[in-house]
Design a protein around this ligand. Structure first.
Ligand SMILES: CC(C)(COP(=O)(O)OP(=O)(O)OC[C@H]1O[C@@H](n2cnc3c(N)ncnc32)[C@H](O)[C@@H]1OP(=O)(O)O)[C@@H](O)C(=O)NCCC(=O)NCCS
Length: 185
């Protein structure tokens, strides 16, 4: 497999597309004793905050303005993170819809006491909605995948989007059915 650009597929006449690389971002942070849980390793919530920060920066860059977190899913913690580790949070837009974007995030840790390369310690997918000054969703530029890896991520994001919508629809239908049957909750 090569890492060449796949055929562009997301250009629309009214909003020009933006390549993935235009908004890709890495945030790096050294973990301290303030970041630990009762076991002495880094609290998952600290990592989630970094993930949301990095993804938010990417979504703001891509959409050219404010963007809010609509959902965060598949947050995986693969390895513990420790005090002193240098954590790198790498984020990019995987997919764009009309007003929303899926941002994929990988979390890597450089161990303070090892010379080994950075280890992947986590990953997540977040959906951001671009909003206007009134907090209403606004159009986003289509993302243009540049490499085969970007293209794979785009296609996988579409699968997640389909599943999110199907899950939400199924739950709403169940709630409506139960309400019609007289259940109060
Ligand atoms: C996200 C938000 C702007 C969506 O507003 P809305 O009036 O429901 O608007 P829509 O239904 O048109 O959704 C806008 C887009 O977001 C997507 N979206 C909305 N809720 C979503 C969810 N839970 N998961 C995934 N995508 C979602 C929609 O699919 C739509 O995408 P599209 O235009 O690309 O098809 C609104 O719910 C909001 O402001 N939420 C609070 C955000 C916030 O404060 N985040 C910080 C958390 S502390």
């Amino acid at each position: 497999m090569t890492d060449q650009a796949p055929a562009a597929q997301t250009e629309t006449p009214d909003i020009p597309g933006k390549p993935t690389s235009a908004s890709r971002t890495t945030l790096s942070h050294i973990m301290t004793h303030n970041d630990t849980n009762l076991l002495g390793t880094v609290h998952g919530g600290v990592i989630m905050k970094l993930v949301d920060d990095a993804a938010g920066a990417v979504a703001g860059r891509h959409s050219g303005g404010p963007a809010v977190t609509a959902s965060m899913d598949e947050m995986a913690f693969l390895e513990p993170v420790r005090v002193g580790d240098l954590v790198h949070v790498k984020a990019q837009v995987n997919w764009t819809g009309r007003t929303s974007m899926e941002v994929g995030v990988r979390v890597l840790a450089e161990r303070w006491n090892e010379s080994a390369p950075a280890t992947q310690v986590g990953s997540a997918y977040l959906v951001f909605a671009a909003v206007d000054a009134d907090g209403k969703p606004r159009r986003v530029p289509p993302v243009i995948p540049e490499t085969e890896r970007d293209e794979r991520r785009y296609q996988e994001a579409q699968i997640r989007r389909t599943h999110r919508l199907a899950r939400r629809r199924a739950i709403m239908e169940l709630r409506e059915k139960r309400a019609a049957e007289g259940f109060e909750d």
